[in-house]
Design a protein around this ligand. Structure first.
Ligand code: C2E
Ligand code: MG
Ligand code: MG
Ligand code: MG
Length: 280
């Protein structure tokens, strides 16, 4: 039996696995050309102050629209970009694009608008990260306090000198948030040492506020703990008014999710902002 397994080793390689590998290779080849072919766009999802109900900023989310394959989800292509290192030029592109766009909204009169950009592990590990961010701020004219960088717990844990780097960014005036908070495995002890401004509660907790009482108490606990540490809290994935009301009641500061808006194009966002500004 064992011998037979050994001989037929290739059988462990199922057609499904083969397909997955082929798709991955195909996407990798596509990704290598996507920047120069201008196949990326940025979608913006509004972030709302749950007390004033005002849009305080937005999160920039990468979209890849391939001419033949159509829209490909970031959860599929970001890991490939990360693995191949392509995330470095791509990440730099979206950072600049998002800063420029935010500056544009500010020029249109939405002066306090902030832009949040996701930073990947490879990007964060770059030794010249700080200079690169500085350069982009200078080129786009965006004030550092209007930029927020989203880091995950694992990105911080995997990087050497993470706290020093974060401190440098904070000293520049940039805001830092912990994305998908609660899904990592880090000790809570680190929270007091991290120079951050905001915790983003992962949407897996938001989703189950009314179906899982443990998730509800976790959300409540995260908010209380964050406030005790002088951190702000934003909830991801708010889809219903009931979830929003729960968060308001628990003094969550900000929210983001389909209840308010899906991620939308810059043009649509300008319209949404304009509508709000006219104060209807
Ligand atoms: P994330 O940073 O946690 O972004 C939030 C994700 O949740 C987005 O998915 C957004 O479209 C989705 N979302 C927002 N509101 C709701 C809601 O109410 N319900 C549900 N079910 N989903 C909601 P998206 O755009 O597909 O991005 C997935 C992930 O890909 C992001 O998660 C982030 O980790 C990564 N990503 C996206 N853009 C970039 C980027 O420019 N750079 C890097 N490094 N990663 C990115
Ligand atoms: Mg994010
Ligand atoms: Mg998130
Ligand atoms: Mg998430």
């Amino acid at each position: 039996q064992v011998k037979e397994l050994g001989k037929n080793n290739f059988q462990f390689y199922t057609p499904e696995m083969n397909e997955a590998v082929t798709r991955k290779m195909k996407l990798e080849i596509g990704l290598r050309k996507a920047l120069e072919r201008e196949e990326f766009t940025v979608a913006y999802q509004p972030q709302i102050n749950v007390i004033s109900n005002e849009i305080i900023g937005s999160e920039a989310l990468l979209r890849w629209n391939h001419p033949e394959w159509g829209l490909i989800s970031p959860s599929e292509f970001i890991p490939i970009a990360e693995e191949t290192g392509l995330i470095l030029p791509i990440g730099e592109w979206i950072l600049k694009e998002a800063c420029l766009q935010n500056k544009e909204w500010q020029k249109q009169g939405f002066e306090d608008m902030r832009i949040a950009v996701n930073i990947s592990s490879r990007q964060f590990k770059q030794s010249d990260l700080i200079d690169r961010v500085k350069k982009i701020l200078k080129e786009t004219g965006l004030a550092p306090h209007h930029l927020e960088l989203e880091l995950t717990e694992s990105i911080i844990q995997d990087s050497k000198h993470a706290v020093e780097k974060m401190q440098q960014l904070k000293d520049m005036g940039i805001h830092l948030s912990i994305d998908d908070f609660g899904t990592g495995y880090s000790s809570l002890n680190y929270l007091k040492t991290f120079p951050i401004h905001t915790l983003k509660i992962d949407r897996s907790f938001t989703r189950n506020i009314f179906t899982d009482s443990k998730d509800a108490s976790l959300v409540e606990t995260i908010i209380t703990m964050a406030h005790n540490l002088n951190l702000k809290v934003i909830a991801e994935g708010v889809e219903t008014i009931e979830q929003l009301q729960f968060l308001q009641q628990k003094q969550c500061n900000e929210a983001q999710g389909y209840y308010f808006s899906h991620p939308i194009s810059a043009e649509l966002m300008s319209g949404v902002l304009g509508g709000r500004a006219e104060g209807a």
